[in-house]
Design a protein around this ligand. Structure first.
Ligand code: PHE
Length: 332
C-alpha cells in the first residue's frame, strides 16, 4: 500500500475546502468511490503476505475512518453554507425599500403643534406654566369680570370639586399671566377645559382650547382681526370665508364670535370667541387700563380639527378608531 498519513492529511484539508455539494461529492468519490484511493488500497491487501496483512488492514481502516469522519462533518457545513447562499440570493438589495407604516400624533395634538408654531413665529410665548386645569372661581370668573350671581356664570356649566372647580375656559390663565408678567406681553396657552355639557356632534364635556392674549400700549381691533385671519389661513393653507358675529363676554369689550364656512356641509361652524380685553381685567391684575389695552381670543381645538379633517362628529376624535385617526395627518 502506497498511502501514507501525509497523503491522508493532505486529503483531509482538501475535503475541508469543499464548499459545495458537487465539490464534496468529487472528494468523496476520490477517496471512497469504486476507483477511490481507499477502496483501491483495500484491494491490494489480498496480495500481501499473512504477516503483513493485519498491520496494513488496521492502518487502512484508520485512514478510512478519518476520511469518513471529515466527509460527514464537511457535509453538515456545506448544507449550512448552501442554505445561507440560497437565502442571500433571494434578497435583492437593489429593490425599493418597503414603506413603513408610521404612526403620527393625534389630530388634536397636530393642530396644537401647528398653532404653536404659527404663534411662536410671531413672538407669542407659550405659557404652559399657568396652565392649570383645577382652578378656583376667583381666577375662572371673578378676576375675569364675572362676579358671583352674574348670569354669565351659567353660560358655562361648571364642574365643582370642593373649594375648587375644573376650569371652564383657558381664559382662566389670563389673570395669572397678567399679574406675573411685565407688559407688553404676547402669550398663548393650550389646554383642556371642562363643562357640564351633554355630548353631541359638536360638544364634549372635556375639550381643548387655545387662549391667545396680547397686551400693549397700542393694540387695537385691527391687530386682533389680522392675527386671527392669518392663523386660519396658515392652518388651512387657504383663505377661508369667515364671519364675525357681535357677541358678549364679560372679560372683553367689544366681543365677537367667529364662524368658518364649511363648503361641504354648507354651514357655518363657530370656532372662537374674541374681543378687546375689558379694562377691569387689566385693572384686577394691577396694571393701568388707561395705559395698556389688549386683545384676547379663545379657540376650540376640536372644532379646528373637525373642519380640517372634515369630521361630522367631534366624538370621532375620541373613539380611538385607528383607521379614521390614521387618515388624519395634517403636517406637510
Ligand atoms: N373663554 C371664552 C370661551 O371659552 C372664549 C374667549 C376667550 C372669548 C378670550 C373672548 C376672549 O368661550
Amino acid at each position: 500500500m502506497d498511502l501514507k498519513q501525509a497523503d491522508i492529511d493532505h486529503g483531509l484539508r482538501a475535503i475541508q475546502q469543499a464548499v459545495t455539494t458537487t465539490d464534496l461529492e468529487t472528494q468523496r468519490l476520490h477517496w471512497m468511490g469504486k476507483q477511490g484511493l481507499i477502496t483501491q488500497a483495500f484491494k491490494t491487501i489480498g496480495r500481501l503476505s499473512v504477516e503483513e496483512k493485519p498491520a496494513v488492514a488496521k492502518q487502512l481502516n484508520e485512514f478510512k475512518s478519518q476520511i469518513i469522519d471529515v466527509l460527514a462533518k464537511q457535509k453538515e457545513l456545506v448544507k449550512k453554507i448552501e442554505l445561507q447562499k440560497a437565502i442571500d440570493d433571494k434578497i435583492d438589495v437593489t429593490l425599493e425599500p418597503r414603506l413603513l407604516t408610521q404612526g403620527h400624533h393625534h389630530p388634536i395634538h397636530q393642530v396644537i403643534k401647528k398653532l404653536n408654531y404659527f404663534f411662536a413665529q410671531r413672538g407669542f410665548e407659550s405659557r404652559s406654566d399657568y396652565n392649570l386645569e383645577i382652578e378656583d372661581e376667583w381666577h375662572n370668573f371673578e378676576l375675569l369680570n364675572i362676579p358671583a350671581h352674574h348670569p354669565a356664570r351659567s353660560m358655562q356649566d361648571t364642574f365643582y370639586c370642593g373649594e375648587k372647580i375644573l376650569r371652564t375656559h383657558v381664559s382662566a390663565a389670563q389673570p395669572r399671566i397678567l399679574k406675573n408678567s411685565k407688559l407688553p406681553l404676547s402669550a398663548v396657552v393650550f389646554g383642556r377645559v371642562f363643562r357640564c355639557d351633554t355630548p353631541d356632534a359638536t360638544h364634549t364635556p372635556v375639550f381643548h382650547q387655545m387662549e391667545c392674549l396680547r397686551i400693549d400700549r397700542h393694540c387695537n381691533f385691527g391687530h386682533l382681526k389680522t392675527i386671527i385671519e392669518d392663523f386660519i389661513t396658515f392652518l388651512f393653507g387657504e383663505k377661508l370665508p369667515i364671519r364675525y358675529r357681535a357677541s358678549y363676554f364679560p372679560f372683553t369689550e367689544p366681543s365677537v364670535e367667529i364662524d368658518v364656512w364649511m363648503p361641504e356641509k354648507k354651514a357655518w361652524l363657530e370656532i372662537l370667541g374674541a374681543g378687546m380685553v375689558h379694562p377691569n381685567v387689566i385693572k384686577n391684575a394691577g396694571h393701568d387700563p388707561s395705559v395698556y389695552r389688549g386683545f384676547a381670543f379663545g379657540v376650540g381645538i376640536e372644532r379646528l380639527a373637525m373642519l380640517y379633517f372634515d369630521l361630522d362628529d367631534v366624538r370621532e376624535l375620541y373613539n380611538s378608531d385607528l383607521s379614521l385617526l390614521g387618515d388624519c395627518y395634517l403636517w406637510q
